[in-house]
Design a protein around this ligand. Structure first.
Ligand code: FES
Length: 95
């Protein structure tokens, strides 16, 4: 897929500062699942836990693989789904 001129300045994952160009580069190398891109680029692993970037990454995977977006796996989610203060977990004790 050719460059659109903006892919190296278009930041997709703001938390990890990953551009569209970097995502496309790794898709070209064959890393075409959300989990693989997470492992390589840490996309979706920032403080927002992918709420800011995951849909865009899934759309890019969909385009690259030529499949509908509903067939792109969203990747493994690990709790907590939202960032919380560690003290809150400590206060829960044995619950
Ligand atoms: S924007 Fe990607 S993890 Fe927050």
């Amino acid at each position: 897929m050719g460059s659109d001129g903006y892919e190296n300045v278009t930041v997709i994952c703001r938390c990890e500062e990953i551009t569209l160009g970097e995502i496309r580069e790794w898709l070209d190398r064959g890393y075409d699942t959300v989990d693989e891109l997470k492992r390589i680029l840490r996309v979706g692993m920032g403080p927002c836990q992918g709420r800011g970037c995951q849909d865009i990454i899934m759309r890019e995977i969909s385009r690259r693989r030529g499949i509908p977006i509903d067939q792109v796996e969203s990747g493994t989610a690990r709790p907590p789904g939202k960032p919380i203060k560690t003290g809150l977990l400590a206060d829960m004790g044995d619950e």
